[in-house]
Write a protein that binds this ligand. Structure first.
Ligand code: PLP
Length: 442
């Protein structure tokens, strides 16, 4: 059992693992622990640190706000307006409609604000999500997230949430061995709600579905890419039944999976989009909620519907502005993400062929990849990545919802030679894992 300091909150995710390095500094894709050991970060602070670790970002951020007062939450500023005016086109250009942007504190809070906007238009009805979803751990969002673990201590019991079958074809128990992708039956399963027998209201009923919420890649659900046809059917069905479509782009947004937004991969058009992680590179708690006009106009979503003391603090806005500058200065990012995808796919496939007894498959999409193991070994493999190599640790992710999957989402600026280093450490970790696994099954 990890030594948890007597004064530290024991429930923190940090203490889930038995190996807890204490990081003191970082540069590029590498972190350094207090004991001097270096770690290559293939997790990028949960996908936030798209640009890696670069202290000049904070200096730049402060230059935008050092003269400003700690902004009271009810006051406007040129800096806030500048950030909003630069965020809005990032969404409307992709969706093809104008909209409005609201800021919030983090991912879960942003999702709740998205629901506020949906409810202010549609009334507080049912919410439909996919199995495997993760939308945060606040009271409301823990109801949307799949694992019951998230609801054990805090949840908005009473909120009606309906789960559609998993969109992760590769790991779906209904998958037909010789049929690639989802079948007609799968599409029917995600478009049945709203009919008499489904138990869920739709156009013909007073109690309706207010919102359909999806991730374009389920990060916590095991880096699962929804079948594009299935997602398109689910979105079209939601719209036909008057539900607002909310894209949770907290993890997938800003090129993490290739295009600026993950929903562009499947060619669907959400009504509301929530973004967060890569908007601040992990240097400030901020999320942005975009809603197409007129969903968040003052007639429907009235001034005063939303507030929180720290939403507009200048240092967060300064970070957002500095990060938006970085994104604007990276014009070939989509092409670069295709190169990164290819570089990860190729290397991981080689690793799979060297360890067929442990690895069932590998995928890469944009700056995101996964290793699917032949059993629930991801927590142990993740630990071995930190410790197995003599001179370097590797940080990868695994989640309670997908214990057979290693999630990889490095800084998007990772170089081919860093990817070689990543494979070298994974190789050492897999070699250490092999003798402990007795042909475990999924
Ligand atoms: C897809 C998705 N939605 C929501 C969240 C919650 O964001 P936060 O941890 O900032 O509340 C996360 C965080 O990992 C996420 O990946």
């Amino acid at each position: 059992m990890t030594h948890i300091p007597a004064f530290a909150g024991a429930g923190n995710l940090i203490y889930r693992s038995s190996h807890v390095p204490q990081f003191v500094k970082a540069a590029g894709c590498y972190l350094q622990a207090a004991d001097g050991r270096r770690y290559l970060d293939a997790e990028a602070a949960n996908g936030t640190a798209a640009f890696g670790y670069d202290s000049s970002l904070l200096r730049e951020a402060l230059s935008h706000c050092e003269e400003m007062p700690g902004l009271p939450s009810f006051c406007e500023s040129p800096l806030r307006l500048d950030v909003l005016s630069r965020l809005e086109p990032l969404f409307s250009q992709a969706v093809g409609q104008p909209g409005r942007v609201e800021l919030d504190l983090g991912g879960a809070q942003g999702m709740e604000t998205a629901l506020r906007i949906a409810f202010s238009n549609n009334g507080p009805g049912t919410i439909v999500v996919f199995e495997g979803a993760f939308h945060g751990r606040s009271g409301i969002t823990s109801m949307l997230s799949s694992s019951p673990r998230y609801r054990e201590l805090l949840a908005a019991w009473g909120l009606e949430v309906v789960r559609l079958p998993t969109p992760d074809c590769d790991r779906c128990v209904h998958r037909q061995p010789d049929v690639p992708g989802c079948t007609t039956g799968c599409r029917q399963a995600v478009t049945r709600w709203g009919a008499e027998l489904s138990g869920v209201g739709g156009t013909g009923f007073g109690r309706k579905v207010s919102a359909f919420v999806f991730e374009s890649v389920q990060n916590v659900g095991g880096m699962a890419v929804p079948d594009a046809d299935l997602l398109r059917s689910a979105v079209a069905h939601a719209k036909a039944n008057g539900a607002l479509v909310i894209a949770d782009e907290i993890f997938t947004g800003m090129h993490r999976t290739g295009p600026r937004w993950g929903f562009q991969r499947a060619g669907v058009s959400p009504d509301i989009v929530v973004a967060s992680k890569a908007l601040t590179n992990g240097a400030a708690a901020l999320s942005a909620v975009w809603a197409r006009e007129p969903l968040a106009d003052p007639g429907t979503y009235r001034p005063g519907s939303h507030s929180s003391t720290y939403i507009g603090i200048p240092h967060s806005l300064g970070v957002a502005r500095a990060v938006l500058d970085r994104w604007a200065a990276w014009p070939e990012v989509e092409a670069d993400m295709r190169v990164l995808e290819e570089a990860m796919a190729h290397r991981l496939d080689t690793l799979r062929r060297r360890h067929p007894e442990l690895i069932l498959g590998t995928d890469a999409f944009g700056g995101t990849a996964r290793i699917v193991l032949n059993g629930p070994h991801a927590p142990e493999l993740r630990r071995l990545c930190l410790t197995a190599h003599e001179s370097l640790g590797l940080i990868v992710a695994s989640t309670g919802m997908a214990p057979d999957v290693i999630n990889i989402h490095p800084p998007l600026v990772i170089t081919p030679s860093d990817l070689d280093v990543m494979i070298e450490v994974l190789e050492a970790a897999l070699t250490a894992l092999a003798p402990t696994v007795d042909g475990g099954q999924r």
